[in-house]
Design a protein around this ligand. Structure first.
Ligand SMILES: [Zn+2]
Length: 123
């Protein structure tokens, strides 16, 4: 893959995963109330507010996962626990999928080579 394609593709994948994929998940797993479930999952993006605690707020070379408080492994453990309660299940799926989205972002340089590590992803 050329570096140019990489820079174009990465944010597209990132924002598709953040906005479109939850819609698909909602439609498959929460069919009865999929629009509500979709909105709830998009709303879980609020956990990115923890970036405000970091300096700098955005660093393209930093991986959110394991760095910010709401993206820490402790937080992710809590999100897993929330899966077991019907009332928080949709939120938990949204949060875990959010973590997956941020995580896959960090993997691109590993897959494609360190030279490509300066992509415009949110960190
Ligand atoms: Zn995030």
């Amino acid at each position: 893959m050329s570096p140019h394609l990489f820079f174009v593709l990465k944010p597209i994948v990132h924002y598709s995963l953040h906005f479109l994929a939850p819609g698909l998940i909602a439609f498959i797993f929460f069919r009865k109330e999929w629009k509500k479930a979709w909105l709830i999952m998009i709303a879980t993006m609020i956990v990115d507010a923890d970036h405000l605690l970091a300096t700098p707020i955005f660093d393209p070379d930093r991986c959110s996962i394991g760095y910010h408080p709401l993206h820490s492994y402790y937080a992710i453990t809590v999100y897993f626990v929330l899966l077991f309660f019907p009332k928080t299940r949709i939120i938990a799926v949204g949060l875990l999928f959010h973590m997956f989205t941020d995580w896959q972002d960090c993997q691109w340089p590993l897959w494609l080579g360190p030279r490509l590590s300066m992509g415009p992803h949110h960190g």
